[in-house]
Design a protein around this ligand. Structure first.
Ligand code: TXA
Ligand code: MG
Length: 317
């Protein structure tokens, strides 16, 4: 098959119910025609994703929101105006058009308009809204390059290569409430950013389940991974360890170091985090991946959310 960036072919494959991996500004997505349940089912199979974990639908035109949701709240358009195209996913009541397999049976659907020209062109050329999770195996490190996708999903029908993604971590996910908004997943668009448009709702949640995909372990390398907290004795063999270094203060003795930011910039940490984890995962000289923690404010919340989930299984056992 043609491995070049052939948009016509990629769009045709989407129309035929095949899977196309494509870049967004956050991470690469594994895309299928959102209106074709059989095509969407292939996403779950290839990713080995449990059926209870719902997918996000990607649109290129604000009008599409009217087809996919029953929400008529004008706050949706205020948010879209401010943040789209961009890394904000809105969870809204779904319309009948949205197949249940996408939402894992929930009455709501996650929707976003990605800020990436290749992604937008794929949606427009295929003429279909595109359902896409991150293009990795379930639970593994998210992909920020086409090579990361190829590594985990060699059997995908087609990959559009857009180089390294510019944000590096998944979108912020929010839901609307009477009072304002709640955050279901942190991302590069922070609570403070959204508060410029809507009030944050800090009231207790009454419903029992909101985001079934918010599992404790995720984004995990196949090697041991640990966050270099002050509270854990780092009695690891550093001669076999690779460090994701942010400030430089932990660098002593490590076999390899990747500086995730040149000048203490959290956005750079986000851009380089998954790529650095992939690099160490692929490096035969490295047995353990260590990551420097950051303060859990602003973008730091989204970074620490990923790092905590990546280390979760390893820390416990
Ligand atoms: O940046 C992103 O959001 C990337 C790119 C490809 O757009 N996509 C992504 O998708 O991160 P995924 O499937 O890896 O994560 C989507 C998460 C799910 O795990 C689920 O927790 C949440 O979105 N989600 C989707 N629909 C939802 C819904 N109706 N209610 C609550 N949570 C939902
Ligand atoms: Mg994912």
């Amino acid at each position: 098959m043609d491995r070049q960036n052939n948009m016509e072919l990629a769009a045709q494959l989407i129309q035929e119910g095949k899977l196309v991996a494509f870049p967004t500004e956050t991470v690469y997505g594994l895309g299928a025609n959102a209106l074709d349940p059989m095509a969407v089912a292939k996403i779950f199979l290839l990713k080995e994703r449990p059926s209870f974990d719902p997918l996000i639908i990607h649109i290129a035109d604000l009008e599409d929101i009217k087809k996919l949701t029953t929400e008529e709240d004008e706050r949706v358009y205020q948010l879209a105006e401010r943040f789209w195209p961009g890394s904000l996913t809105l969870v809204l009541p779904k319309s009948k058009l949205v197949p249940d397999i996408i939402t894992s049976g929930l009455p709501t659907v996650g929707i976003r308009m990605p800020a990436n020209e290749i992604a937008l062109e794929l949606i427009r050329t295929s003429g279909r809204p595109i359902a896409a999770p991150s293009a990795n195996k379930f639970g593994r490190i998210s992909p920020t390059t086409a090579a990361h996708v190829r590594k985990q999903l060699p059997d995908v029908d087609y990959i559009l290569d857009g180089g390294k993604t510019t944000v590096g971590i998944e979108s912020t996910i929010i839901e609307l409430t009477e009072k304002g908004f709640r955050i279901l997943r942190n991302g590069i668009i922070t609570k403070e950013d959204i508060e410029e448009v809507l009030p944050f709702d800090d009231s207790e949640k009454t419903e029992s389940i909101v985001a079934p995909g918010m599992v404790k372990s995720h984004y995990s390398p196949v090697k041991k991974m640990i966050v270099a907290d002050e509270d854990i004795p780092l009695d690891i063999d550093k001669s076999k360890a690779g460090l994701l270094s942010f400030t430089g203060k932990y660098e002593n003795g490590y076999r390899k170091i990747i500086r995730v930011s040149e000048n203490n910039d959290l956005k750079e940490y986000a851009v380089n985090m998954f790529d650095a984890m992939h690099t160490f995962e692929d490096d035969n000289e490295i047995d353990i991946i260590v990551a420097e923690p950051v303060a859990e404010t602003g973008i730091g919340k989204a970074i620490m959310d990923r790092l905590r989930k990546a280390e979760y299984n390893w820390r416990r056992g």
